[in-house]
Design a binder for this molecule. Structure first.
Ligand code: F6P
Length: 547
């Protein structure tokens, strides 16, 4: 047993879970009409209904004790203060400084980083204005109307998904295209429709060493040069966001056109930095600023609200409850809003890259589950496919349903149907349908007794499946900022309880390293193959097919 699983609180939770497994949420709702109002909290434009969870007051009390004993608040304060909490990379974790509008300084190694952060925000503001006004032009004097944003991981998901989510707020007149994958099909398709004279490439890479991003930028550069641009014109059409200024200037970018990044901002938390420039280009600076302000508001809520009202804390603890005491291995995100369809993929990187870890503290192997598989897609589409497994499968899959109450420029009939499906699903998951109800429904359907019993058995829905429902007045930039920050802090709280380092990603780094070693053998076709026999055979087959 580890220190965590050995605690009386952990043991209490384990025994409460056994107790709760014998009960049914539909009975709780029937016996307590105030359950919905009791288990709901609102903050930063997010209304969280968590009443359809397998919880009682005793469970919540024990979960809050677990958070207390795991020193979540102390760890949270250490993060906001700039302590070196990413202990394997010896870095502070300060994405919160990028949206700090308190006027207070934030120190890294004794130096206030806020002047640099604010200067960067000004630079973004001026740059966006110069593009939107058409004042900044390409080498032939044309306005830069097509933006190609190249980056991967956090340098792609945040900018793309947040831009997509805010489509009703887009600035008319520029179009931002996103490219991430090294698969050449993508960049080829994007560039094929563009006029190089009016194209601006934004290369987003904190390290400026990521294979996919470098290669895609080189391909874009070749395309630009082949279309008539010269090496000198590169500075007008290529800009970078990076902490590696030297590599960017070596590439041909003007130093003035490089937006800074800092090693105290993790890739998956970087949309708040200049990595968010494509968002600002898509929406205009004021809307982009609202996004940051929403995140700041959630930061303040996370720091100040008591655990019982604290959205990141509540959602995190509910997750721990299912992962560690009910064996849940995944968590599904279901945005009932087409523009938010990419959100599950965003949280997938945020959560799985952060808490996909098995060492707690310095060197202790965990003996409990940590980060879950995050997945999901937009409603109602999923209802006609994977929801079946959530309703009647053998796995317990807690769900977060999300719905904006108002949507711009849409026929109300569609929105009412969307909402009814969202609420209907949470209801069905919670209450299920008993054998007796199914049996009664089959009355007069011309079935003999054996058929009626058989069909009723198959139609029986266990229910008791947990879900949160998150409602928003509307999905505007500020609310989206708060929502993203809520999930960031949720992940933080869970990492703090499990004692893992949520801010490194050694597994991903190994993949990058091995990929490069293999590439070397693929490109140097005469090189001897010294990997395992399977990898050797795959490389040999590839070489043969491409010879
Ligand atoms: O911005 P960079 O340095 O190109 O890194 C891209 C991504 O690579 C990762 O390190 C791992 O994929 C992410 O965390 C990061 O967002």
């Amino acid at each position: 047993m580890t220190a965590l699983t050995d605690t009386p609180t952990w043991q209490t939770l384990a025994s409460l879970a056994e107790d709760v497994k014998q009960q049914h949420m539909r009975d709780w709702f029937a016996s307590d009409t105030s359950r919905a109002s009791k288990y709901q909290q609102t903050a930063c434009g997010i209304e969280l209904d968590f009443s359809k969870n397998l919880i009682t007051d005793d469970v919540l009390k024990a979960l809050f004790a677990l958070a207390d004993e795991s020193q979540v608040s102390q760890k949270r304060d250490a993060m906001f203060k700039g302590d070196i909490i990413n202990h394997t990379e010896k870095r502070a974790v300060l994405h919160t400084a990028l949206r700090n509008f308190s006027g207070e300084p934030v120190y890294v190694d004794g130096q206030d980083v806020m002047p640099e952060v604010l200067a960067c925000q000004d630079k973004i503001k001026n740059f966006v204005a110069s593009i939107h006004s058409g004042e900044r032009k390409g080498y032939t004097g044309k306005a830069l109307k097509q933006i190609v944003s190249i980056g991967i991981g956090g340098s792609f998901l945040g900018p793309k998904i947040m831009s997509e989510a805010l489509k009703p707020y887009w600035f008319d007149g520029v179009k931002v295209h996103f490219v991430a994958n090294v698969d050449g099909c993508h960049i080829q398709d994007v560039l094929a429709s563009l006029d190089h004279e009016e194209t601006l490439v934004v290369m987003s890479s904190k390290s400026f060493t990521t294979q996919e991003t470098l290669q895609n930028t080189l391909t874009a550069k070749d395309w630009f040069l082949n279309a008539g641009g010269t090496q000198q014109d590169i500075a007008k059409h290529f800009i970078a966001v990076s902490s590696n200024i030297k590599a960017a200037t070596d590439f041909g970018m003007a130093e003035d056109n490089i937006f800074p990044m800092w090693d105290w901002v993790g890739g998956r938390y970087s949309l708040w930095s200049a990595i968010g420039l494509p968002i600002a280009l898509t929406l205009g600076y004021d809307n982009y600023r609202q996004l940051l302000e929403g995140a700041f508001e959630m930061d303040e809520h996370f720091k100040a609200a008591p655990a019982e009202q604290n959205l990141p804390m509540l959602t995190a603890l509910l997750g721990v409850w299912y992962i560690n005491f009910f064996g849940a291995q995944s968590h599904v995100l279901l945005p009932y809003y087409h523009y938010l369809r990419g959100f599950p993929a965003y949280v997938q990187q945020l959560d799985m890259e952060s808490n996909g870890k098995n060492i707690s503290g310095d060197t202790t192997a965990v003996d409990y589950a940590t980060g879950p598989i995050i997945w999901g897609s937009e409603g109602t589409n999923g209802q006609h496919s994977f929801h079946q497994l959530i309703h009647q499968g053998t796995l317990l899959i807690p769900a977060d349903f999300m719905l904006p109450l108002n949507v711009p420029k849409q026929d109300n009939t569609h929105h009412a149907m969307l909402a009814s499906n969202c609420f209907g699903q949470t209801q069905a998951l919670m209450q299920g349908k008993t054998f007796d109800e199914c049996y009664a429904d089959l009355e007069g359907k011309g079935l003999d007794e054996a058929e009626r019993v058989k069909l009723a058995t198959h139609k029986t829905m266990p229910g008791n499946k947990p879900s949160n429902t998150l409602l928003f007045e509307q999905m505007d930039p500020k609310t989206l900022g708060s929502l993203v920050a809520m999930y960031e802090h949720k992940v933080f709280v869970q990492g703090a309880i499990w004692g893992v380092n949520s801010f490194d990603q050694w597994g991903v780094e190994l993949g990058k390293e091995l990929g490069n070693q293999v590439l070397d053998k693929i490109v140097n076709t005469d090189a001897a193959l010294s990997f395992d026999s399977s990898t050797n055979a795959l490389i040999a087959r590839f070489r043969q097919a491409n010879s």
